[in-house]
Design a protein around this ligand. Structure first.
Ligand code: SF4
Ligand code: SF4
Length: 202
């Protein structure tokens, strides 16, 4: 994987680094670029960016690239990188923080389906305090279909509907689809957290 030459920007670097460290709870200054994380990341190759490179971008103050890259959206939160890191740096927490920051900056997700998945999950949880599979899938599919309709991808919409209907039926037969509307205790607190997050643009 070839790497572009990066320029150090002290002021931007300090601001970006502080924000990512605060949000993620990870000590990025402990990274000494040994690349043990890179060797185990299952999506590093296809993202064109490995965890060590992402940390380097942040340390150098490359805000735009740090907030807008495929690793942020393709990270599986498998924690392989963190398990291998001699300094216990959990890149999954960093990519989560960068997703939030990217959303607050109104940057479109590079993988729209992942963005839609997050939004649908959070919205569903905000209603009952826990995810309701049917509602969650409906919200997700609606968002994906609306995006595809805008691009005129009607065949893809029909294909997805068929696939999801087949999957839904299989889940119902296996009693893996829960239809009940069970609320959690402290639902008002969950709603409050969701409202606060929305106000911040997350
Ligand atoms: S394994 Fe840890 S110290 Fe090594 S490059 Fe990755 S994040 Fe940095
Ligand atoms: S948690 Fe994300 S960045 Fe780390 S190894 Fe897994 S996919 Fe790669």
């Amino acid at each position: 994987m070839s790497s572009p030459v990066l320029e150090f920007k002290p002021e931007q670097a300090s601001l970006l680094l502080r924000e990512v460290m605060e949000r993620s709870g990870q000590n990025l200054l402990g990274c000494y670029q040994c690349r043990r994380c890179a060797a185990g990341c299952p999506v590093g190759e296809e993202s064109g960016l490995t965890p060590d490179r992402l940390i380097r971008l942040i340390l150098l103050g490359e805000r735009e690239e740090a907030l807008n890259n495929l690793l942020v959206w393709k990270c599986l939160a498998c924690y392989t990188c963190g398990t291998r890191c001699p300094n216990n740096i959990q890149t999954a927490r960093i990519t989560e923080a960068l997703k939030q920051m990217s959303k607050e900056a109104h940057i479109k997700p590079l993988v729209p389906s992942v963005g839609a998945f997050h939004d649908a999950f959070a919205k569903s949880v905000s209603h009952l305090g826990r995810v309701h599979e049917l509602e969650f899938m409906a919200l997700y599919e609606f968002k994906i279909a609306a995006d595809r309709a805008r691009r005129g991808e009607w065949k893809a919409i029909v294909g997805e509907m068929k696939e999801q209907a087949r999957l839904g039926l299989t889940m119902m037969k296996k009693k893996r689809m829960h239809m009940g509307l069970e609320k959690v205790k402290g639902l008002s607190e969950v709603k409050h957290i969701y409202k606060k997050a929305k106000e911040k643009g997350r």
